[in-house]
Design a protein around this ligand. Structure first.
Ligand SMILES: [Ca+2]
Length: 557
C-alpha cells in the first residue's frame, strides 16, 4: 500500500512538473538477461537429458519460449554488436571478436543509447556488449564496471601452468589448470579451456556480483521506466562453478552429447577446418587423450546450473520488488557451444550446436498482450537481430530506420502468427548458415556447402549437398544466402582465404592454417606479400564475376 502511494505521488509529481515524458506513458520496465555461451542445454529446450535449470524453466512457463532462436553470429563480439546495433555483420563489417562497439560503430546508436534518448533510466552490469567496458559512452546511466574474476590472472596464464599454478586462497591451495590438460591454443597466453570445481563461496564468483548489483537496482524506486541489463559471463569457459554445482553432475554418470565418429568424412576442407582448428577453445583430440570429455560436459552442466541459480535470485528479487507487475523479462544467450560434437569445442561454427540459442520473453502482468498465453512455445525461426526492434516495441516507441530485424512481440501475442520461413547466422565473411524448419544449409566462403534434413538428421551427420534428389532445396536455400555487396570475391588459395572488397580497396588475407586465425580478427596481408601477388595475378588472368572462387593451390600464375 505504501509503495503504491509512493508511486502515485511520484506519478503526480511528474505530471505536475512535466519533467518526464516517460512517466506519462505506460510505465513498463525491461529486465534484459544476457547469458554467455549457453547452448540449448536448458531443461525446457531439452538439449541435454541431465541438465537442471528449474528457474529458467519456470520463467519459460510464464512467457513464450522460442524453440528456433538462432544467433546473428556464433561468437561473442559480432553476436552482441548485431544485438546492440540491430544490424547485420555485412552491414557493420563486424564479423569477428574485433568488436569494440564505440571504435567500430561510432555513429550507430546502440540499443541502450536509444533508450537513454527516449528517457529510460538505463542500467547495466556484467557482459552486455563484448567485454565489460567496451560500450558507448552515454549508453548507461549506471554501470557495474570491472567486477574481477576471483582467481589471480597468473592462474590462467599458460606459461605459469608448467606443471601447475598453485593459488593459495582462504587457507586452501587450488591448482590450475583444474583439468590438468595442456593448452591447445595460447591465445594471449591465457588458458581458459579449463574446467572443474572451485571450492569457494558463491560470493567470490564474478557472476554473483553481477547479479547482486542487478538485485540492488531492483530494490530501488525510479521516476521513469528503467532498462536493466544483467550480463552473466558463465557458462563461458573456464568452466568453474562452486563445488556443490559440480557435485550434482558426477563425471562417471554424465551423458555425452550424440557423436558420430565418421562425422567429418562428408565435409569440405572448409567444414573440416571449422571442426578441427581450435579457434575458440581446445581440440577434441586433446580432450579425448586426457580422458576429460565427461568431466568437461559435467563442468559445463555445473556452470549452467550455477547460472540458473543466479537467474533465480534475480527473478526472485524482481518478484519481491515494486516492479514485479510492470516489467518485461527477456532472457537470451549470445550463441551456442560445442562440447565434442563434430570433434569441435567452442563456437564460431555454422552448425546447429553453435547457432541455436535459448530465448524467452515474459510480458509484464500489468500489460499482457491481448491473446497472450503463458507457457507457450514458438517454433518459427527467429534471430537475436530481432531483439533491438523487440525492445523498442516493449518500450512503446517507434523504431528508427536501419534496424534489420523485426519485433518479436507479434509472436509473444500469438506464437502461430505468420512469420518468415528461415533465418541467417553469419560466421565470418562469406560464411552463412540458413536455418528453416526442415533444412539447414551451411554455405562456406569458398563455395563448398552442407545440406542437412533436420526431420531425419537432427545432429547434422549426413551432408546431402551432393544428393541430386535435393538440388531444388539447395537452390531455394542458396537464394537466401545474403549477397554481402561490400565484398566482390571470397577466394580460397590453399590454406589462405582472401576477401576482395567491392570498392577497389586492398584485399584482406587470412591464413586458416594458423590456430586462432579462422576467426579472422586481424588482416594478415602484410605478412604474406607473395601470396597477395599470386592471388592478384591469378584474378587478373582469370577475370570472373563469380563471388566464391577457389584458386588451385599449385597455381603460380
Ligand atoms: Ca559468447
Amino acid at each position: 500500500m505504501f509503495l503504491r502511494y509512493c508511486a502515485l505521488m511520484i506519478a503526480l509529481a511528474t505530471v505536475f512538473t512535466g519533467q518526464s515524458n516517460a512517466a506519462s506513458r505506460d510505465h513498463t520496465n525491461i529486465l534484459f538477461i544476457a547469458i554467455d555461451d549457453l547452448n540449448d542445454w536448458i531443461g525446457c529446450l531439452g538439449g541435454h537429458p541431465q541438465v537442471k535449470t528449474p528457474h529458467m524453466d519456470a520463467l519459460a512457463r510464464r512467457g513464450v519460449l522460442f524453440t528456433e532462436a538462432h544467433c546473428a553470429a556464433p561468437v561473442c563480439g559480432p553476436s552482441r554488436v548485431a544485438i546492440m546495433s540491430g544490424r547485420r555483420a555485412w552491414t557493420t563489417g563486424v564479423y569477428s571478436n574485433n568488436a569494440n562497439y564505440p571504435q567500430r560503430l561510432p555513429n550507430v546508436e546502440s540499443m541502450p543509447e536509444f533508450l537513454v534518448r527516449h528517457d529510460y533510466h538505463v542500467m547495466g552490469s556484467g557482459k552486455l556488449f563484448h567485454g565489460d567496458t567496451k560500450y558507448p559512452k552515454g549508453a548507461f546511466h549506471e554501470y557495474a564496471k570491472g567486477i574481477p574474476q576471483p582467481w589471480p590472472k597468473a592462474a590462467i596464464l599458460s606459461s605459469r601452468q608448467k606443471p601447475v599454478y598453485e593459488w593459495q586462497v582462504d587457507g586452501k591451495v587450488i591448482t590450475f589448470p583444474r583439468n590438468g590438460m595442456p593448452a591447445d591454443r595460447t591465445w594471449k597466453d591465457t588458458h581458459t579451456f579449463d574446467w572443474g570445481p572451485l571450492d569457494l563461496p558463491d560470493e567470490k564468483f564474478r557472476d554473483t556480483a553481477v547479479v547482486e548489483w542487478g538485485n540492488q537496482r531492483l530494490r530501488n524506486a525510479y521516476d521513469k521506466p528503467f532498462f536493466l541489463g544483467v550480463g552473466i559471463h558463465l557458462p563461458h569457459q573456464p568452466l568453474y562453478a562452486p563445488q556443490r554445482f559440480h557435485d550434482m553432475y558426477p563425471p562417471a554418470t554424465t551423458v555425452l552429447p550424440p557423436y558420430f565418429k565418421d562425422d567429418l568424412e562428408d565435409l569440405s576442407k572448409a567444414g573440416v577446418d571449422y571442426a578441427l582448428i581450435p579457434t575458440t577453445s581446445g581440440t577434441h583430440a586433446t580432450v579425448a587423450k586426457h580422458g576429460q570429455w565427461k568431466s568437461a560436459v559435467s563442468s559445463y552442466l555445473a556452470t549452467v546450473t550455477f547460472v540458473d541459480h543466479l537467474v533465480g535470485r534475480l527473478l526472485k528479487e524482481l518478484e519481491q520488488s515494486e516492479h514485479s507487475e510492470n516489467t518485461w523479462i527477456v532472457l537470451w544467450s549470445d550463441h551456442g557451444w560445442h562440447l565434442g560434437e563434430k570433434d569441435h569445442w567452442g563456437k564460431a561454427t555454422g552448425w546447429f550446436r553453435a547457432t541455436r540459442v535459448p530465448l524467452m520473453i515474459v510480458p509484464p502482468r500489468s500489460a499482457t498482450p491481448e491473446d497472450f498465453q503463458p507457457g507457450t512455445t514458438c517454433d518459427h525461426p527467429v534471430n537475436l537481430i530481432d531483439l533491438f526492434p523487440t525492445v523498442v516495441e516493449m518500450a512503446g516507441l517507434k523504431q528508427d530506420d536501419g534496424l534489420e530485424g523485426k519485433s518479436l512481440l507479434p509472436l509473444v501475442n500469438n506464437p502461430g502468427s505468420t512469420w518468415q520461413d528461415h533465418t541467417v547466422t553469419t560466421f565470418g565473411r562469406g560464411n552463412h548458415a540458413i536455418t528453416s524448419k526442415r533444412w539447414r544449409l551451411i554455405q562456406y566462403f569458398d563455395g563448398s556447402a552442407e545440406l542437412y534434413d533436420r526431420s531425419t538428421d537432427p545432429h547434422e551427420w549426413n551432408n546431402l549437398i551432393d544428393d541430386t534428389k535435393w538440388s531444388h532445396i539447395v537452390s531455394e536455400l542458396r537464394a537466401k544466402v545474403p549477397p554481402e555487396p561490400n565484398w566482390k570475391h571470397f577466394v580460397r588459395y590453399g590454406n589462405f582465404k582472401a576477401v576482395i572488397p567491392s570498392d577497389g580497396s586492398r584485399m584482406l588475407l587470412f591464413n586458416h592454417a594458423v590456430e586462432n586465425h579462422l576467426e579472422e580478427r586481424d588482416d594478415e596481408s602484410a605478412r604474406y606479400p607473395k601470396v597477395i601477388e599470386q592471388i592478384t595475378t591469378w584474378l587478373k588472368n582469370h577475370p570472373t564475376n563469380k563471388k566464391r572462387i577457389v584458386i588451385p593451390a599449385d597455381s603460380q600464375k
